[in-house]
Each structure stands twice: as C-alpha cells, then as structure tokens.
Ligand binder design. Structure first.
Ligand code: 6PG
Length: 457
C-alpha cells in the first residue's frame, strides 16, 4: 500500500520525525541525497527510497511531502526537484527553520502551479522530533486539512491537548517559530546571567548553582530550559572530575534565527529589547578578545539572596514571552494572518524548547483578558511584574556593584519599567525633532500637530 507522507532529508530531524510518524501508524517513505543517511534511516526501520521519483510514486494522493533540509537554498533545490513530479492538489511541507519571507514566496510560487504549501515550525530538537514536537503550521486551509490528522498524532501533548495548530496563512507558522526562537534566545541568556549572579553575587560554586536552578525548576515556573540548565551545572568532566562548564569556552554562536526575529521586530516597530540583548550577547561573546579579559569579579559587599535571582529571572522570562507574543500580534496584523495568541501560548506548553508551567498561566490570562494591547500592558502581566520589582532591583544593583554584565536582565527590566513608568522622556525627543527638523509634536491640552521655535524664549 502507498505511504501517507514522504520525508525528504533524513538527517537528525527528518529521521526522527519519520520514525515518530511511523510509530503513530502512518505509512512513511523517506529520501536523502546522501546514501549514508539513507542507510542509517533503513537501519532505524524506515523505508528509504533511492530517488525523489521513487519516493513520489510510493505516496497516496493527494500526495504530501515533508522537507527537512537546511533552511535556504536547499529548500528551493528540493522544491525544484519535486515540483515536476507532483500534480495539482499535492502538498509540500517545509519543516525546517525557514525565514518566513521565503515561505511566503514559495507558497505563492507553488500555488500558481496548483500545489499546496505549508510552512511548518518544528520545535523540540531531536528528542521532540522522535517523541513529540510542538508544531506551528502556516499555509492554506485545504493543505492543513490534509495534514492535520497526521501532525496532531505526532505532536507533543499538554493535558491531552496536542501541541499542534494552524496559526495562519502562508508564512505564519515560520513567523511563530521565529518568535519562539527569539524567546528561546532571551530566556537562555537570562538563565546564563542568573548563573553568573549565583556564582559571583550569591557566592555559590557550580554544583550549588545547579542545585539552586533545580530548585527553581521544582517551583511554579518550572521550564525545560531550567531543567536542562540544572543538569548542565551538575555535570562533571569525566577525566578531571571538575565541573564541565569550568572547562567550556565562554563563547557561543548561532544559526541566525534570533537575528531574523530582531530584524522583523525592527521592521514592525515592536520593542523586543530582551531578545535583542541576547543576540548582542552572543555576538559579544564571539568577538571579544580573550586576552583582554580580567581575572575575577569584585567580591560583593554582602551576598545576594539566590531567591531574589529566581524571582527576577521569572519576571524577566515573562517579559521575553511578552515580547514574542507582541511580535506575533504585530506580524499577524501586518500580514493579515488570523493568529490567536492564546492558542499559540497553549501549543507551546509542551514539546518545544520554551515550554514551561508559566505558559499555561499566560494562555489563561490571554483567554481571560482579550484585546490587542501589548501583553505587558495587561492587568495580569503588570501584577506579576510589580510583585517582582523589589527583588529585580536588588539583582540589578548587585550586578552593577560587582561589575557582572546583565544585558538581558537590564533590557527586560527597562522594557517593563518603561511601560509602567510615569514618564519615559519621549517628550524631550519630540521637542528636539521639532526644533531641528520641524517634525511637529502633539500636545496634551489641544488636538492636532504643533510646531514651536523651541528657542528658549
Ligand atoms: C527548537 C530550536 C531549534 C533551533 C536550534 C538552533 O525550537 O527546537 O529553536 O530549532 O533552531 O536550537 O538555534 P541557534 O543555532 O540559532 O541557537
């Protein structure tokens, strides 16, 4: 009998997703241009076709082919090979981390040939792919209808609800995945800064910092990133017995999705300072001169309470979620996607890298208080952040005191503070613009746009 879906690209993600699909009772046939990858897939019990032609012939109609190839030219190349082999009504699904404008373009090109196209955001890494990822689908309704039963079956579940959804037309799935990655960057950096504080401001060693992080993960803000960081801090080098992080180079790279998120936010005028700080922090780590670094931080006058760090971390992580949700709202409005932010928060509750207990409360808050305003301006969010402010201030002061850089903690703080502050200084900027460029300014006592000489008289 013919297979329900073809999987092109049998690397880590493709192979594991194919195995997951097969486990759920669907027929799968895979293909990879690399014979080694085909061999590995066959060893895992998958059917690997020798060519794209053979793969397509083995599919039931309307045919669906899921691509898991590196984002960029490889996706266009795979589509170019598949296109003449497919017929009207067939569907191509791109499950990679593609840039959403590419997805919009590809969808348009394929629609002209009568082919359906779905840009599918897939989160959860290797383990998620094998046992239950979070899936964010964008594309036309007919293509989604064909895929929904299969994608729902393989997705992670939260309280029985599949972490899989159609979040809008064309590029919406990849846009939502991109915003997910921006949140991922922000929260990873915040946790990294919290680790610096635990060690240098609270005076803990690596394993004790690991115990503190594991403790936070046992509380109401439990998250996947906290769980893995607790394990990471407790890990020792097999040979020397020293904490492995002590022997790990203090620099990191990236594949670009965080940069895309910040670029999209810049274009849409949505503030995402926490995400941006995380992207800059990675760039700084990769470019600073290791020969120019100082030996040690100043000792704190008094140790910072680990509890304060945990409270500030939870608040700053909430700001990162809010930035991502605001970006999704703005992207949806701009592109005409009907993306339900509460549904997105719900489908992030399991399977993906940013899954946490907090997301369940965020989703509930979004359902309880609908509206278009920033998630940071909602009553629920403001209450959460206000409660954390005293601890958050102590954390920032302690960092400044001993010289620990806290770019993400500070960016998140100033984002939240800027929304709730009595004044933000923008009236001075408005006046400066009007003075040198006659750009006009608004008055609070009259309507319309005004101009003044601002000449000191
Ligand atoms: C996920 C992750 C994943 C991400 C990689 C690489 O949701 O599973 O977001 O898709 O792309 O972890 O990210 P960077 O190389 O940009 O850190």
């Amino acid at each position: 009998s013919r297979a329900d879906i073809g999987v092109v690209g049998l690397g880590v993600m493709g192979r594991n997703l194919a195995a997951n699909i097969q486990d759920k009772g669907f027929g799968v046939v895979g293909f990879d241009a690399d014979a080694t990858q085909r061999g590995r897939a066959a060893a895992d019990g998958l059917v690997a076709a020798a060519s794209m032609e053979v793969l397509v012939v083995g599919l039931r109609g309307p045919r669906a082919v899921l691509l898991l190839v590196p984002a960029g030219p490889a996706v266009d190349a795979a589509i170019a090979t598949l296109r003449p082999l497919l017929a009207a009504g067939d569907i191509i699904v791109d499950g990679g981390n593609s840039h959403y404008p590419d997805t919009i373009r590809r969808g348009r090109e394929l629609a002209a040939a009568g082919l359906g196209f779905v840009g599918l955001g897939v989160s959860g890494g290797e383990e998620g792919a094998r046992h239950g990822p979070a899936l964010m689908a964008g594309g036309d309704a007919a293509a989604w209808g064909r895929l929904e039963p299969l994608l729902t079956a393989i997705a992670a579940r939260f309280d029985g609800q599949p972490c899989c959804g159609h979040v809008g037309a064309d590029g919406a799935g990849h846009f939502v995945k991109m915003a997910h990655n921006g949140i991922e960057y922000g929260q990873m950096q915040l946790i990294a800064e919290a680790c610096l504080l635990l060690r240098h401001a609270a005076g803990l060693d690596w394993p004790a910092a690991g115990t503190a992080v594991a403790g936070w993960n046992a509380g109401e803000d439990a998250s996947y990133l906290l769980a893995i960081t607790g394990d990471i801090l407790a890990t020792r080098d097999g040979q020397s017995g020293r904490p492995l992080l002590e022997l790990t180079a203090d620099r990191t790279g990236h594949k670009g999705t965080g940069v895309w998120t910040v670029e999209a936010a810049l274009g849409l005028g949505v503030p995402v300072p926490t995400m941006a700080a995380a992207v800059w922090a990675r760039a700084l780590s990769a470019t600073r001169d290791q020969g120019a670094v100082d030996g040690a931080y100043a000792a704190p006058a008094a140790p910072l309470a680990a509890g304060d760090i945990g409270v500030a971390l939870a608040a700053a992580s909430l700001v990162a979620y809010a930035e991502g949700l605001d970006l999704i709202a703005a992207g949806a409005a701009h592109h005409g996607w009907r993306t339900d932010r509460a549904a997105v928060a719900e489908l992030w509750r399991a399977g993906c890298i940013i899954r946490s207990a907090t997301l369940d409360r965020i989703a509930a808050a979004l359902r309880a208080e609908p509206g278009n305003q920033s998630f940071l301006d909602r009553r629920w969010t403001r209450g959460q952040l206000a409660d954390a402010l005293p601890a958050w201030r102590r954390v920032l002061a302690a960092g400044a005191d001993i010289g620990v850089p806290l770019p993400a903690f500070a960016a998140a703080f100033h984002h939240a503070a800027g929304r709730a502050a009595p004044e933000v200084g923008a009236r001075v900027v408005a006046a400066q613009r009007d003075r040198f460029g006659a750009h006009g300014f608004a008055r609070i006592d009259r309507g319309g746009t005004h101009h003044a000489a601002w000449d000191g008289k």
